[in-house]
Each structure stands twice: as C-alpha cells, then as structure tokens.
Ligand binder design. Structure first.
Ligand code: KIV
Length: 271
C-alpha cells in the first residue's frame, strides 16, 4: 500500500511525538525517486546544486531559472515526500513582492510544496507575507552558505553565548512569522539542542548535533560521489570509485572490441 503523502503539518506532528525527521537533497528525477522510495520525509532541492552538480564555487551564482529546472526534475521523481526548494541568492530579500513572485514560480513551474529561505529575524517580515499568501516556508539559520563571503568562510556558527542567544531569537522570530520548520546548519551540538528546545516547530540539522528534530544531508555526500570528507557527514556508500571503475571497464571494452557483442546488436532484417 502506498504510504500517505507527507505534508508540512506531519513534520510538526513528528516533533510533538518525538519522531525524527529525515530530509535529503536531490537535484534530478532519478535521485529524487530513490530518496522517495527510501522513505525520506522531505526531499530538498538545495541550491547546493551549484557546488555539488553544476561545478560552481558556491551557491551564490545559482539562478532562479536553475532552481525551477532542477525542482521540476525532482518533482517528477517524488510521490510521497514533501518537496522543498531553496530560494536562491537575492531572489527573496529585495522585497516581499519579489519573494512572493519568485516563490510562485518555484511552486507553479517547479512543483515545490515549500520554499526554504536563509536568514534570521531580518527576513521575518518576508516570511509573514509568504505564509499569509499560503506559501509554506522553511527557515535556515546558522551557517548561511549564501552569505559565505560575509561570514568569512564555511565556519561553525553560534560559538559563544551571545551568538547562541541571537540564534534562539532568530528561530523564535521565524516561528512567529509563520515558518513551519527550520534548518540549523553547522552549530555546536549544545546550540542545536538549545534552539530546538526554544521553538515548537521542527528543527532539521546539518552539522548541528543529535538533538535537532531531524537531519538533512546532501545526496552526493551520503553516497560518497565526488565529495570531500566532512566531519558532519556519515558516508553510507563509496559510489565514486565504483562508478569510476565501471566507466573504465566500458572504455576498455569499446577499445578492445568486447562491446558491443552479438547480444547487444540487432540481427539483420530479412525482406
Ligand atoms: O542547499 C542545501 O543543500 C542546503 C542544505 C545543506 C540544508 O541548504
């Protein structure tokens, strides 16, 4: 029997029941289909598509058009999981009108069921407008990859009491603005725990410790495809070397004329 479609409300119910939430990134139809079949609660079409798939140096050059394109592809692979998409750099901070117009495109053309925005209390007025317009918003605090140049690198955030308090205040402001959940990225485990306890909406951590209400990882990191080792990632398969070896064998078979063999060729037609 097909399991029930995951809705934003289900994530909140999971927090209330103390059940962990599982989110994974996906950027195309086959990876989204595999994530969905594995039973993840949410598929995130992250703007990490820039670094992970498009060969870009950061998420900053990722465009709205690219996110719509990848989200629509992922949507074709997802039946059950909640489909969340990142709003890319500078597509939601200029004005609430800009955010609403771009969220509409991500939902109508990309098939997203929720959008994720990076930022704290300063974007609360935009979250209010999106939520009031019926757009489910996932917040994202802690390390904000779209602000990497301002933050001075991909560093753990919330490393003193003042920063931790600001993160709690940001989480509360986003919750009050109508966000249905929050990603917490790269925080000391104690701060991940503190933020999670401070809000009644679910927190989904990446490098933010075990006490978040759920966890999110990047597809290629989990599967060991072309990714650098990271402390906060658990690698469940090493597919990079497996793929490389398979492709080497294919190249050798063609060069040595072992492929195509008779079974890969169509017999002659007789008229
Ligand atoms: O873009 C992304 O993949 C993300 C996750 C790291 C949470 O924002």
């Amino acid at each position: 029997m097909q399991a029930a479609k995951v809705r934003t409300t289900h994530l909140r119910e999971k927090k209330a029941r103390g059940e962990k939430i599982v989110m994974l990134t996906a950027y195309d139809t086959p990876s989204a289909r595999l994530a969905d079949a594995a039973g993840v609660d949410a598929v995130l079409v992250g703007d990490s598509v820039g670094n992970v798939v498009l060969g870009l140096p950061s998420t900053i050059p990722v465009t709205l058009e690219a996110m719509i394109h990848h989200c629509a592809a992922a949507a074709r692979g997802v039946e059950r999981a909640l489909l969340v998409v990142d709003m890319p750099f500078m597509t939601y901070k200029i004005s609430a009108e800009q955010a609403m117009a771009n969220a509409a495109r991500l939902m109508q053309e990309g098939g997203a069921e929720a959008v994720k925005l990076e930022g704290g209390a300063e974007i609360a007025p935009i979250v209010v407008r999106l939520a009031a317009a019926g757009v489910p918003v996932m917040g994202h605090i802690g390390l904000l990859p779209q602000s990497v140049h301002q933050l001075g690198g991909y560093r753990v955030q919330g490393r003193n009491a003042e920063e931790a308090e600001r993160l709690v205040a940001d989480a509360r402001a986003l919750r009050d603005a109508g966000a249905f959940s929050l990603v917490l990225e790269l925080l000391p485990a104690a701060v991940g725990c503190q933020v999670t306890a401070a809000v009644d909406i679910p927190t989904i951590g990446i490098g933010a410790g075990p006490d978040c209400d759920g966890q999110v990882l990047v597809f290629h990191d989990v599967l060991g495809i072309e990714s650098a080792p990271k402390r906060f990632v658990k690698v469940y398969a090493s597919l990079g070397p497996v793929i490389l070896e398979a492709l080497r064998q294919y190249a050798a078979d063609v060069r040595e004329q072992r492929f195509p063999a008779a079974e890969h060729s169509f017999p002659d037609f007789r008229f």
